[in-house]
Design a protein around this ligand. Sequence first.
Ligand SMILES: Cc1cc2nc3c(=O)[nH]c(=O)nc-3n(C[C@H](O)[C@H](O)[C@H](O)COP(=O)(O)O)c2cc1C
Length: 310
Amino acid sequence: MNQHLKNEGLSVNLAGLKLANPTMLASGILGLSAESLSSIVDGGAGAVVTKSVGLKPRRGYANPTVVQVDCGLVNAVGLPNPGISEFVKEIQEAKKTFDVPIVVSVYGFSAEEYASVAERAVEAGADAVELNVSCPHVKETGLEIGQNPKVLAEVVSKVKNSVKKPVFVKLSPNVTDISEVAAVAVKADADAVTAVNTVKAMVIDTETATPILSNRTGGLSGPAVKPVAVRCVYEIYETVDVPIIGCGGVTDWRDAVELLLAGASAVQIGTAVALKGPRVFKEVTRGVSAYLKRKGFKSVGEIVGLSHRK
Ligand SMILES: Cc1cc2nc3c(=O)[nH]c(=O)nc-3n(C[C@H](O)[C@H](O)[C@H](O)COP(=O)(O)O)c2cc1C
């Protein structure tokens, strides 16, 4: 492996997870099999997050489910996944294949479902779970849970009581005050928060005058979302005291550094993997490393939240 990617100064301790570098795969991109996760590890990711998995298999929505726009992607895939009973095989296989931390993204339609999926993911070898309480396009899960403080607290507490591994909570930018939601998650004992999931969006075909996505609305990801993610991470950093994982529009090292300066301890990359391939992790890590060297910093930790200096 490239020396940069093993450099001590690049390593990150994320609520007990040890990452060799601060880049992670975001949920939903190449995260449904041990084989595809392995290609991401080969690309240099410090950790991987799986596609969100639920209690039962789900087919997801009919095509079209993803539309490319000028500034990123708008998707409403509808959480297609094989269900946790099938997916445990992929987790077990992934654990045999590589040794970077694997975070299993979990969704449910009740606190009990979240807890039961999380428990089975951890039994199969997950190093942490990330609760998807922010998917903007499936009814009665995701954002509908993340927008409701009482339900969110119940989901996080139940999962925390069910697993002994770190629990990350992935937040939505589609709320009035994301730092309030982060505070609810942390009060319920979340070990870290991930910010952010996609921004609610829509694309209409001007010739046919109809919405393009079969679900009509979806979530925007990619470069357009980065300034939103930077603002969300910045606000959360001012409010809570757990590690923040920045996510949204990271395409190159400068985007990653911006999120770190806003207060993220690590960054997830999704859309850029779909557009550039797994090499994006090595590229970003090399760039972050060169930035630290050029600015005279010895470790990534030294720049986390640096933009908050008064
Ligand atoms: C096609 C697609 C599928 C996604 N599926 C999930 C998912 O299953 N669970 C989840 O928490 N986020 C999901 N996301 C959101 C990403 O993990 C990420 O939060 C978002 O895309 C912003 O990061 P990016 O700009 O680097 O893609 C998905 C995004 C895309 C583009």
